[in-house]
Design a binder for this molecule. Structure first.
Ligand SMILES: *Cc1c(COP(=O)(O)O)cnc(C)c1O
Length: 367
């Protein structure tokens, strides 16, 4: 039913509390570690704060609705969600494919913690994902890839994984469920950081796992209980509060990203631009098939590191910051973090400022 609604309607409906006269429309957070138990020793819905929380349930049902999943599970960060799934799926002796060009700390985790346990970790670039999936047990794909913004053909990858019996996990952080729904394209599980555009205000860390297989989700929930990487009730509440305006924010961010990409492409000091929404971007065709929106990130290359720093210094609107998806437009020179990109490569995260203000500010600051 909610699938027929637009994104802002879906965001608002997803966070609405139950209609109970006299009760608040917006639910308050429930900070709690222990709940009253009954004398008959029956298992109550809530008993201890590491296993459940009413605010989590609300956030999780909102996230599940947006991802088109039966179940979502919240975590204390995106990395907590991703590593929980990897620990569940990638045991000793399994072959795990991780993106060679994606979020760097996922690769580091796989190399530093999973490989020594006997997991066969294979770092594979976006272009070679489908081929590598043929001989893997678990494939973690990220699309659009942070920070290069290349796009992985999820339908094709899911078909390959399915035919070979591999489990496909998709990191949906960059796009958000308002931009693409990997489960509907054949992914088995979605993992994501809600720290970025979904919460969108740069004031909390959160992550989630979403899926439709009861056995996968039960195993991930068990892992969360035992490993304890839970989301605090206040952060859960802040994330829920933010989700209601996600449709509105993401729409403006995507609109700003397209306008910025078009300007950057024409600017004489910009060497190259990647944005899946540009009609001549190498990823545009695939992006059109699987993305509803092309996202709020634009990557481009200037002459060198100095040129990136000069751009921020001359601009009145750009904030120098890592992370992305917030209401402020921010810029990050990715080579400083060790990403395999040129020194002058910058990732811009478009905020919700007025489009004309942003584009003319950056055009002028570029000189
Ligand atoms: C930021 C990010 C993560 C990690 O999320 P945290 O909330 O910082 O732990 C994972 N994947 C991608 C693609 C990200 O951008």
């Amino acid at each position: 039913m909610t699938g027929q609604y637009g994104d802002s309607t879906r965001s608002v409906k997803a966070v609405a509390s139950e209609h109970v006269p006299g009760q608040p429309i917006a639910s308050p957070p429930v900070p709690v570690s222990a709940y009253h138990l009954s004398a008959d020793e029956s298992e109550p819905l809530d008993s201890y704060g590491r296993s459940s929380n009413p605010t989590w349930r609300q956030l999780e049902s909102a996230l599940a609705a947006l991802e088109g999943a039966t179940t979502a599970l919240s975590f204390g960060s995106g990395m907590a969600a991703i590593t929980a799934v990897l620990r569940v799926l990638a045991g000793p002796g399994t072959a795990l494919v991780v993106p060679a060009d994606g979020y760097y700390q996922v690769r580091r985790y796989a190399a530093e913690y999973l490989a020594p346990l006997g997991v066969d970790v294979r770092e594979v670039s976006a272009a070679d994902m489908c081929e590598a999936a043929g001989s893997a047990d678990v494939v973690l794909a990220e699309t659009p890839i942070n920070p290069t913004l290349d796009v992985v053909d999820l339908h094709r990858l899911a078909m390959t994984c399915r035919s070979r019996g591999a489990t496909l996990v998709v990191d949906n952080t960059a796009s958000t469920p308002l931009g693409q729904q990997p489960l509907s394209l054949g992914a088995d599980l979605v993992v994501a950081s809600a720290t970025k555009a979904l919460s969108g205000h740069g004031d909390l860390l959160a992550g989630y796992v979403a899926g439709n297989h009861p056995e996968h989700m039960a195993a991930v929930e068990r892992e969360r209980l035992l490993a304890g990487a839970i989301l605090g009730p206040f952060e859960a509440w802040l994330a829920l509060r933010s989700l209601g305006s996600a449709g509105l924010r993401v729409e403006r961010q995507c609109h700003n990203a397209m306008a910025m990409a078009l300007m950057l492409r024409e600017h004489p000091v910009v060497r190259s631009v990647r944005y899946p929404g540009l009609p001549d971007d190498p990823a545009h065709q695939v992006a059109c098939h699987q993305m509803k929106r092309f996202g709020g990130l634009v990557s481009f290359e200037l002459a060198d590191a100095d040129a990136v720093h000069r751009l921020v210094a001359r601009s009145n609107l750009l904030v120098a910051a890592t992370s992305f998806g917030g209401i402020h437009t921010s810029l990050d020179r990715r080579a400083r973090w060790g990403d395999p990109v040129p020194a002058g490569f910058a990732r811009m995260s478009l905020g919700i400022e007025d489009t004309d203000d942003l584009v003319s500010d950056v055009a002028t600051a570029l000189g």
